[in-house]
Design a protein around this ligand. Structure first.
Ligand code: CA
Length: 247
């Protein structure tokens, strides 16, 4: 890594702070820790991190409210790291503007992959990348063309709008409501059956095995993610086994 990316950790559990700091520093990140929401905000203002790791259960302020505060003035990627595993908590955090969500106990390799994805996401939204390539697929956003192994794929305007939104947010979890609002409009926030049908059509056209999608993956009960980064496969390929973080 040329220039160390800065990670702000907002977490009240001292053991977890030490674990995260050690794991992140070992991978070249510069880490600043805060043990409360208020201290976290102050640290974000001074440190200007590239990504924020946020616990939801903090002593002074709820993490979701903290996301609102940060989003009022900053688009820094926020990855929620929480022991709240209910789908409702995930949806709420994402709808409030979190970029991603990792459940405790987490796998350090997975967390690092999410951090890399968030950093890329930040670059992608600030720059203009007209062509997007993943596996056998090339999406040309300017020409509105999609090619699969070089062959042109015909998509309806709505299918393309859906794919474009997924591509613009690659590796990020998008809730049903976020997608419905963007692609169908605010009047269709509850029409999740539209979404299911169109996701099915995109998978038929784009996935190698539509019954076992690897590109457009379901985040159970929450939404969908266009998966570009596949940490577990790379880790297995690189080390022969995935290393797991303690609970
Ligand atoms: Ca906590």
């Amino acid at each position: 890594m040329n220039e160390a990316h800065r990670v702000a950790v907002i977490e009240d559990d001292p053991q977890l702070r030490r674990f995260l700091t050690a794991g992140l520093e070992a991978h070249g990140y510069q880490v600043s820790c805060s043990e409360s929401g208020r201290a976290g905000i102050a640290s974000i203002v001074t440190v200007k991190p590239d990504v924020i790791l946020l616990d939801l259960g903090l002593p002074d302020i709820d993490g979701t409210a903290l996301i609102d505060e940060i989003r009022a003035w900053s688009q820094i990627p926020i990855i929620v790291v929480s022991s709240r595993i209910a789908v409702g908590d995930k949806i709420s955090a994402l709808d409030h503007g979190a970029s991603d969500y990792v459940t405790k106990p987490f796998d350090m390799g997975e967390l690092l992959a999410r951090i890399r994805a968030s950093l890329r996401q930040n670059i992608r939204t600030s720059g203009t990348e007209p062509t997007f390539t993943v596996d056998h697929l090339v999406v040309d956003l300017l020409r509105r063309e999609v090619r699969r192994d070089g062959a042109l794929v015909k998509l309806s305007p709505r299918e393309f709008a859906l794919l474009r939104f997924l591509v613009a947010n690659a590796d990020k979890v998008l809730t049903h409501q976020m997608i419905l609002k963007e692609v169908w409009g605010a009047a269709h926030l509850h029409d999740t059956h539209y979404l299911r049908i169109f996701i099915g059509r995109l998978r038929q056209k784009l996935e190698l095995d539509p019954a076992r999608p690897r590109l457009i993956v379901t985040e159970s009960g929450v939404g969908y993610r266009l998966r570009v980064n596949r940490p577990e496969e790379r880790m297995v390929a690189a080390t022969g086994a995935a290393a797991h973080a303690p609970a």
